[in-house]
Each structure stands twice: as structure tokens, then as C-alpha cells.
Design a protein around this ligand. Structure first.
Ligand SMILES: Nc1ncnc2c1ncn2[C@@H]1O[C@H](COP(=O)(O)OP(=O)(O)OP(=O)(O)O)[C@@H](O)[C@H]1O
Ligand SMILES: Nc1ncnc2c1ncn2[C@@H]1O[C@H](COP(=O)(O)OP(=O)(O)OP(=O)(O)O)[C@@H](O)[C@H]1O
Ligand SMILES: [Mg+2]
Ligand SMILES: [Mg+2]
Lengths: 225, 225
């Protein structure tokens, strides 16, 4: 379902070139649960942005569900991003002036879900991350971990088939981390494809397969369950 | 050096009152190394903002170096915040349009350090967090862990006597986390007072004393070394 072939991403800074990805090739089948680990600056978030169709490679190809992403038209890309992929960003990317509820509603607004259904689904998603009591708070009225949970709720509200989570538990205490990992576990059992970036080996251990990235390249690809 | 007496912080949301801190009292002596742990939403960042003179309590008192903070004039507060306290925020709070170098220079600009000295000190601080090769990058041209390290470098550049760090290793891989904790260890040995908020017990274990916060109150205060 996800296949990359020799992906490169190069950032040009003045007269310096930074190769954030240097020829990344792998396949992830429908329903897999993959963790990506690697040092700070190794290219994880860059790779996630490629997979999530949020950024394009400098070189190489990316097939999603058998179609070459670089040749998809805007409507198709938008549809995939909205309907198929739920993204938890490393930096949350919440609308600062909107409530938690409204932030979680956003993907449903984009795909035209009627208002009453939207609000009900958004409330449910917030309850699943234990934020039913903080729905009207704006991001700056929430703790770090609460903001992260709003981002997780937003990623899940559309029941996407592919969940991309970049450091979903980075700001969470151990109890909440366990709850989020259990939530991802349930979603995986239901058939979702899960790709998660983490620095923490205990979090990576929940996945079934671990890709290790080092200086923009996959250095290891290991089945752990 | 730091003494709080019955600190309360209440946020009013419409007709709801949220008591983020509910009577927090403790003393931290000069040169101590304290970790604050507690669940998401328990009040850690709120408490750090009080200690760092960035926010005022709704009730209760805070003495810093024997002076009642609520009765300090603006100049004195600004001096303390600039010269005495280095703050690593949970959300980094970097200037988005300025380079890493410029971000780290900021505290030195505020206290009138001459340009050549500033640049030299800022470079040194960035090298101490292994970002000598990313100095001209802006925050959105840096990885999550790199941004966190810029925030750490900025907090340390002025050699403050008190270091307040809210989740300093949240976005860092294990190797970089170890490096940052070693850096904090060195600073502690040199006589600095360190107060760090963390969710991770292994990080808290580096401290000499652990305060546990639960629902806005200190539930435990334990010397561990
Ligand atoms: N500006 C605000 N307005 C309203 N409520 C707030 C505001 N800031 C924080 N809160 C609430 O106060 C409580 C404590 O927040 P705080 O940020 O101190 O928690 P924390 O312990 O740092 O959590 P985390 O581990 O998730 O970072 C939370 O329930 C939060 O929703
Ligand atoms: N927009 C950009 N312009 C220039 N360089 C960039 C840009 N974005 C990322 N980089 C660089 O590319 C490299 C990879 O960044 P990336 O964010 O993918 O790392 P990461 O593995 O997610 O790191 P972390 O674990 O710290 O989040 C880093 O060295 C970073 O400095
Ligand atoms: Mg990243
Ligand atoms: Mg916090």
C-alpha cells in the first residue's frame, strides 16, 4: 500500500546542501504497524511528510495504494490526505484561536460532514483521549500533553485507514502514554495501518516492525512481532 | 533561595474555574537539583511559570533570594529573569523568523552584551548542544530535537544561576538526552540550581530531589541522593 523507491530530499541553504533523505526505499503493506526510530536530525519527520503527501521528494518515487503520488492531481491528493491519512505532527499544528473541539472538527469540515454529526464525532474523539472536560479550551489554555492529545484526536476523528504519528507520546506522562498506545493497538487490531515515529524504544516495542533511520537512510528493517 | 507559600493559580473559563495550582508550598535551596514529576495537566508548567517570574499567582506568596516577588518592581523582575534565570519552555518559544544563532543571542541582547562577545557566547552555547553546524537555520528549518536544543542553548547562554527546564528532553533521542543530562549535571556541579520538569522517571532519577505534583498540589517530596 505504501512503497517508496530511492527517495531523496535536499534542502538548499545558501551555498550549502542538506540531504535530509538519501535514497530511502521500503514497502509497508496494508494493516502493518511500523515504528521508525533514529537520532535527532536523521530524517524521520521529513520522511513522514513524504508519506503523508505533505511534501514532495527532490528525487525518487512514492506509490500510495498503487498510484504514483507525484502524478496524482490535487483533488486526489486532497482526498487521500483527508479521508485516508490521519496525521499527528511532532509540533501539533493546532489552530491557536480555535477551541479543542473546533480543532478536532477540522478534517470533518473539509470533507463536508454536516455540523451535528461533526460535533458528535469530535466530542467522541476528544473523550477517547480523556479531554471531554477541556473541549472549549484553546491550545494556549491547555497543558503540553493536552495539546498533544487534541492533535491525536484530530488525526483519528475521520477514522482514517493510515495513521501517521510523529512522536505521539513525547509530551505525555507514562499513564497517558499507555492509554494512547492502547488506543493505537485497538486501531491496529481493527485493520488500520500505523506508522509511528518515536525516540523511545519502549514505545517502538509496541509496533510489529521497526525501521531504523540514520543520516537520511534506512540502516535497519526488523520484524519484532 | 526559592520559597513558595500556599500558591494558587485559578483560570476562569466562562462560568468554570480551573484551579491549576491549589496551595503549593516548598523551599528550594541554592545549588539544589530538583525534578518535578506529575501527570499531564497536573500543574507543572503553571508552577514553572510562577517560579520563573513569568506569571503571577492568584493567591499565595513567592520569595526569590529573600525578596517577595510580587513586590518587586519591573526593573528588578527583568534583571532577575535575564541574569538569574535560564528558562527552557515546554514549547520552545523560539522566534520563527530568526536564525538559531540569533535566537540564542537574545538574552545577551537584552542585557547589553556587545555584539562580538554575544556572537562568540551564542556560538559556544550552540556547540555545547551539538548544533554548531545549524547556526544559520531558522526554527522551521530544524528538526524537533534541534529546536529543543536551540531552546536549551538559549537558556544557558547567560550562565544563569537558576535553570528551569520544562521537559528539556521530550523531543530528543536517547543519545542526545544523555548529552543534555550530562550538561545539566556539570552545571549542577558548578553550583547552579536546577529545577526540571519531566514525565520520564529515568530523567527525574538524575536529580537529587523529586517533587511529585498531582491535581495542583505537591503530593510527595523525596530526597533521592
Ligand atoms: N491559560 C489557561 N487557561 C485555562 N486553563 C489552563 C490554562 N493554562 C493551563 N490550564 C489548565 O491548567 C491545568 C494545568 O496545566 P499545566 O500546563 O500546568 O499542566 P502540566 O502539568 O504542565 O501538563 P503537561 O504534562 O501536559 O504539560 C490543565 O488542566 C490545563 O488545562
Ligand atoms: N526546511 C528545512 N530546511 C533546511 N534543513 C532542514 C529543513 N527541515 C529539516 N532540515 C534538516 O534536515 C534534517 C532532518 O530533519 P528532520 O526534521 O526530518 O529530523 P528528525 O529525524 O525528525 O529529527 P528529530 O528527532 O529531532 O525530530 C535535519 O538535519 C534538519 O536540520
Ligand atoms: Mg522530527
Ligand atoms: Mg506542561
Amino acid at each position: 500500500m505504501i512503497r517508496t523507491d530511492d527517495l531523496w530530499k535536499t534542502y538548499v541553504m545558501g551555498d550549502e546542501e542538506i540531504h535530509a533523505l538519501r535514497g530511502v526505499s521500503f514497502e509497508i503493506a496494508r494493516g502493518e504497524y511500523v515504528a521508525i526510530i533514529g537520532p535527532s536530525g536523521s530524517g524521520k519527520s521529513t520522511l513522514m511528510n513524504m508519506i503523508g503527501c505533505l511534501d514532495t521528494p527532490s528525487k525518487g518515487e512514492y506509490w500510495l495504494n498503487g498510484k504514483l503520488v507525484s502524478q496524482m492531481d490535487d483533488d486526489e491528493l486532497a482526498w487521500i490526505r483527508n479521508k485516508e491519512i490521519g496525521f499527528v505532527f511532532q509540533t501539533f499544528n493546532l489552530l491557536p484561536r480555535a477551541s479543542a473541539l473546533h480543532n478536532v472538527e477540522l478534517p470533518l469540515i473539509y470533507n463536508g460532514t454536516p455540523a451535528n454529526k461533526r460535533i458528535e464525532m469530535a466530542k467522541k474523539a476528544l473523550e477517547s483521549v480523556e479531554l471531554g472536560h477541556r473541549m472549549s479550551h484553546k491550545p494556549n489554555e491547555l497543558s503540553g500533553g493536552q495539546r498533544q492529545r487534541v492533535a491525536i484526536a484530530r488525526a483519528l476523528v475521520n477514522n482514517p485507514s493510515i495513521i501517521l504519528a510523529d512522536e505521539p507520546t513525547g509530551n505525555l506522562d507514562s499513564k497517558t502514554s499507555v492509554e494512547i498506545m492502547n488506543l493505537l493497538e485497538k486501531l491496529h487490531e481493527r485493520g488500520n495501518t500505523i506508522i509511528l515515529v518515536t525516540h523511545e524504544p519502549d514505545i517502538a516495542a509496541h509496533a510489529h516492525r521497526v525501521l531504523t533511520i540514520l543520516d537520511g537512510q534506512i540502516s535497519k528493517d526488523e520484524r519484532i512481532r
